[in-house]
Design a protein around this ligand. Structure first.
Ligand code: ADP
Ligand code: MG
Length: 258
């Protein structure tokens, strides 16, 4: 056997459909995300992008079609199991816990904590303290890398919209993910912070994290993505390199027609 076969995609959606009442929010969508890539998902408002993310992360179940992560179907897995397998997502409106501190938000996002098991608190207190220390160190390292280390003790609710988005991405990184799905990471974020977020994404990709990004900011999509998928009215409209998509007349039409 030669080893020339291309690697299977890290994430694949085959024939996904999802209706809400009479609205076909996602209508026979097919998507692949190659391991190590930054893959974009664009389309006019209401095209079904967020619904597709909800399907990809099994947040909601498709009417038909399937999602394969690392070659395995995910339809039987709960969100935390999917996170353990290495896929995490952020939300269009950041879902940080406002009344907890930035550090508490980070620690809650960590996986496989010994402290989560009641008996370990009694039987292995030292191990638990050690693990918590390690997790705090890891959280601080990630927070430093996104410039939130000075805010560890602040309530997450006191952060700006842009900082909350960074905290959400930082939380996602606590799970050591293979793939992060980002829903509009640049929306409502000031340009300086957008540049920082883009730089971080490029760095994390170098460290082996794969990204799929929904974004309306075309500068972000064009500068970051290896490949872009375009959704319109729930269906695939086009996919290709960013420069191909930029010059695709059907894509331009879909945006102008909105
Ligand atoms: N939970 C829901 N209930 C009813 N309709 C929904 C729901 N979620 C999304 N939709 C509808 O599905 C379509 C696609 O929405 P969405 O996935 O949010 O699009 P996008 O993220 O591309 O802007 C829209 O018409 C929206 O109103
Ligand atoms: Mg959306």
């Amino acid at each position: 056997m030669t080893n020339n076969q291309p690697l299977p995609p890290l994430l694949a959606a085959n024939g996904l459909c999802k209706s809400f009442g009479g609205i076909k929010a996602v209508n026979n969508a097919n998507i692949t995300v190659e391991s190590g890539s930054i893959t974009g998902l664009i389309g006019p408002n209401g095209a079904g992008k967020t619904t597709l993310f909800n399907l990809l992360s099994n947040f909601i179940q498709p009417d038909t079609g399937e999602v394969l992560f690392d070659g395995e179907p995910i339809h039987n897995l709960a969100s935390h199991q999917i996170a353990l397998q290495g896929m995490v997502r952020t939300f269009q409106v950041a879902r940080v816990l406002s009344r907890l501190s930035v550090m508490e938000n980070m620690l809650l996002a960590a996986q496989k904590q010994t402290g989560e098991n009641f008996w370990h608190v009694w039987l292995q207190p030292r191990k638990m303290i050690q693990e918590e220390r390690q997790l705090k160190r890891k959280a601080l390292e990630i927070l430093e890398s996104v410039g939130l280390d000075k805010k560890v003790a602040n309530y997450a609710g006191s952060l700006s919209g842009g900082q909350r988005k960074l905290l959400e991405i930082a939380r996602a990184l606590m799970a050591d993910p293979k793939l992060i799905l980002l829903d509009e990471p640049a929306a409502g974020v000031n340009p300086t912070l957008i540049n920082q977020i883009c730089q971080h994404i490029t760095e994390w990709r170098k460290e082996g994290v794969t990204f799929m990004i929904i974004e309306h900011n075309m500068d972000v999509i064009m500068s970051l993505c290896d490949r872009v998928w375009v959704l319109a009215e729930g269906s695939n409209l086009a996919d290709g390199k960013p420069e191909e998509i930029q010059n695709n007349s059907a894509v331009l039409e879909a945006y102008l027609g909105q």
